[in-house]
Write a protein that binds this ligand. Structure first.
Ligand code: COA
Length: 256
């Protein structure tokens, strides 16, 4: 894995730290490849039930793509078809929490939006600054902003490139919670641990369902949800959940 990523698994929670603090955790192609590997491990390992993504150092979650690497592509088509770290993260089947400890800019903001739950430190700042450089985001910026905060707020961010505070991001629905810098990781771990204690197949299925709900007509979405519910209901874990409830004990889920 990339020297600029740290990946740890403990108590069913994986933590991926973007570790290039001297460059505000700006993403290199090498980090993008490492992220693909980390997500593949999360997807294939029964040990992982939730992933936390965060940035090293006090200043940044990630300041986006490393601008100095963007000229390395031989053609615009190669640039267009580059290995995208946001695609990699969206491919994670396990629930993903972004613990946003500082700047989340450009691809850093897209990385946070590729996660399912966003918790921010009060020091976090958000922006789509590509417009100041002469281009626009390409990892889900417009769709992610529009879905979370509505068209007007998204347009404000996209067209100005200006930074938004953690409090503003909370008011607009971009993040779920704002914590102090000190309590960010404990709170992210607390939520991850709660998720990790739930039935893993149901958690993964809830993620599938939530993603699909955005893209399907209403009635179809409910039909699909019912199919997913039936699949969950037929698992060994669901039988264990019902047995544990009847026996008044905590369930022991095995992702079966
Ligand atoms: N790509 C490459 N390097 C970056 C970077 C990026 N996206 N963002 C920051 N860095 C580097 C800086 O070049 C600097 O490196 P240096 O110390 O070798 O000169 C280091 O990270 C620290 O950044 P610096 O600009 O000195 O910090 P600051 O606190 O003065 O400013 C920002 C912080 C976030 C306002 C500023 O770094 C910035 O505008 N970054 C670009 C953000 C961006 O446009 N992202 C979208 C990219 S597509």
């Amino acid at each position: 894995m990339s020297a600029h990523l740290r990946f740890e698994i403990a108590d069913h929670v994986a933590t991926l730290t973007l570790e290039r603090p001297d460059k505000l955790n700006a993403m290199t192609p090498d980090m993008a490849r490492g992220l693909v590997e980390a997500v593949a491990t999360c997807n294939s390992s029964d040990e992982v039930r939730c992933l936390i993504v965060t940035g090293a150092g006090p200043k940044a979650f990630s300041a986006g793509s490393d601008i100095s690497t963007l000229d390395a592509y031989a053609t615009p088509w190669d640039f267009r078809n580059r290995e995208d770290y946001c695609d990699a993260l969206r491919a994670c089947r396990k629930p993903v929490i972004a613990a946003i400890n500082g700047y989340a800019l450009g691809g850093g903001l897209e990385t946070a939006m590729a996660c399912d739950i966003r918790i921010a430190s009060s020091s976090a700042r958000f922006a789509a600054p590509e417009i100041k450089l002469g281009w626009i985001g390409g990892g889900g910026m417009a769709v992610g902003l529009a879905q979370s905060m509505g068209m007007s707020n998204a347009a404000l961010m996209l067209f100005t490139g200006e930074m938004v505070t953690a409090e503003q991001a909370l008011a607009w629905g971009l993040v779920s919670e704002v914590t102090s810098p000190q309590t960010l990781m404990p709170r992210a771990r607390e939520v991850a641990t709660q998720i990790a204690q739930r039935a893993p197949i149901a958690a993964e299925t809830a993620k599938l369902n939530l993603r699909a709900a955005h893209q399907m007509p209403y009635e179809k979405a409910i039909e699909y949800e019912r199919d997913l519910q039936a699949i969950c209901f037929a698992t060994e874990d669901a039988a264990e959940g019902r047995a544990a409830f009847a026996e008044r004990r905590p369930p022991v889920f095995r992702r079966r």
